[in-house]
Design a protein around this ligand. Structure first.
Ligand SMILES: [Zn+2]
Ligand SMILES: [Zn+2]
Length: 445
């Protein structure tokens, strides 16, 4: 990679041509052969952890926890171990409660051993107790390693909880390479999402003047290209390739810290995945790993961008569409599709005035006046067919049907993705142009 993790971590951030002083939150990242054996004890010493709290589940205990506790014993370090007895525990009150209750007063640091859920829980715990946190990754499955928020479920709703960025991440080549292949594919899917997020970041910058940093964007594109180049080897368990994928994921997480927003790494495709997660939580609908859902969301989004590039925007049509839009019917639809999760979205819309007709007219004028430049941003996107071929090669799902999500459900998710946050993504551009419903209906998913 052009941007070396070690160099980025060594400095205390850097001042950038975008005017920002970028600084990361992660202090150490040790990814490579024998990373666990070589770095665990030095990291405990560095962060003055004398009695770690080891958090894992049964699977991740087998994958890495056993090795962690053996190393602690060999070095005469006392520890408290809590192994969650459920398979694939949910990131909810129960797991946080367990973590708090078992992390006794002697514990002066967290060693979270596992995937995203264990990492997110470790981050919540270390924030609550104000103690350092070391994350030992068992799979390169998503890019949340280095963020200071935790993706949790609270009272049955998905929330992004402010927590604490791990002080150090350890990714051992042998452990990462023996992760279930579906989780490695998930990491690739989460990286493929960056094709869309980078383009939408640029569009939002042009259209609504959102902050944008070309250096951070370039960093993520570099990580994305590395990941695409090495994905085939990574899913076969090649140690070096898996480590490069893990580094790309860490870098992508750091890019969000640098930018101070999630723009570099998440866009329309992440919101499609988010809708599926909400429905899974509320109604028990089928779902897959975060990155896999984002990967499929990326394909759908690329398909719609491709179609948009061949359409000439029509001002009258867009105005008529906005005029015919019923906010009340829209809100009812959200409630029916998403249950109680819809309320936060509806409140967010009211606060932002998302469907205010005067604001729409203003945006539409701007869209039409710079449409050539918006089109130029879209030209950086790969063709849907190209990404489909790539996914097929690595065994990554190319359709929601492969994990039980129907065509209709995906079309619905495409329609509602724009309502998740106040971010300007493809769904909102299509709504502004009066094209959202017809595009969703025409999707071939
Ligand atoms: Zn910058
Ligand atoms: Zn993601």
């Amino acid at each position: 990679m052009k941007y070396e993790l070690a160099k980025l971590l060594a400095g205390d951030g850097f001042s950038c041509s975008c005017g920002k002083n970028h600084f990361g939150l992660l202090k150490d990242c040790c990814i490579g052969e024998n990373a666990l054996a070589e770095n665990l004890i030095p990291m405990l010493e560095k962060y003055s952890i004398r009695h770690p709290f080891v958090l894992c589940d049964r699977e991740t205990f087998r994958a890495a926890g056993e090795q962690v506790t053996t190393l602690l014993q060999q070095n005469g370090i006392a520890y408290t171990l809590h192994c969650i007895a459920r398979t694939r525990p949910a990131p909810d009150e129960r797991i946080v409660g367990e973590a708090v209750m078992f992390c006794d007063a002697r514990c002066d640091g967290v060693l979270a051993v596992g995937g995203g859920v264990i990492n997110d829980t470790g981050k919540v715990l270390s924030a609550a107790r104000n103690i350092p946190d070391i994350y030992i990754a068992t799979a390169p499955s998503m890019d949340g390693f280095a963020s200071a928020t935790s993706s949790m479920e609270r009272e049955g709703l998905k929330v992004s909880l402010p927590s604490r960025c791990p002080d150090a991440v350890i990714g051992d080549a042998a452990i990462l390479a023996s992760a279930p292949v579906e989780m490695i594919r998930s990491g690739v899917g989460d990286m493929a999402a960056k094709y869309v997020s980078l383009t939408e970041w640029e569009i939002a910058h042009l259209l609504i003047g959102e902050y944008y940093c070309p250096i951070v964007a370039d960093m993520v594109r570099d990580a994305l290209e590395t990941c695409v180049r090495e994905a085939e080897a990574a899913v076969k368990g090649d140690h070096e390739a898996v480590c490069h994928l893990a580094e790309a994921l860490v870098l992508s997480g750091m890019a969000m810290n640098y930018a101070g927003v999630s723009r570099p790494a998440s866009g329309m495709e992440h919101y499609i995945s988010h809708i599926l997660d909400m429905q899974a939580l509320e109604f028990g609908n089928p779902a897959s790993y975060h990155g896999i859902q984002c990967g499929v969301g990326t394909l759908i989004t690329l398909q719609a961008y491709e179609k948009l590039r061949s359409v000439k925007p029509d001002k009258e049509k867009a105005l008529a569409y906005a005029k015919a839009f019923s906010l009340q019917a829209h809100e009812e639809h959200l409630r029916k599709q998403l249950g109680k999760g819809a309320e936060a979205m509806i409140a967010g819309e009211a606060k932002e005035g998302k469907y205010d007709t005067a604001k729409h007219e203003e945006r539409l004028e701007k869209i039409l006046s710079i449409y050539d430049r918006i089109l130029a941003c879209m030209e950086k996107l790969p063709a849907e067919a190209e990404l489909t071929e790539f996914f097929k090669k690595i065994g990554h799902p190319i359709s929601g049907k492969e994990f039980g999500v129907t065509e209709d459900a995906l079309k619905e998710a495409f329609l509602m993705a724009k309502d998740i946050r106040d971010k300007y993504v493809l769904g909102r551009l299509l709504w502004d142009l009066g094209l959202l419903d017809e595009f969703a209906a025409a999707l071939n998913v």
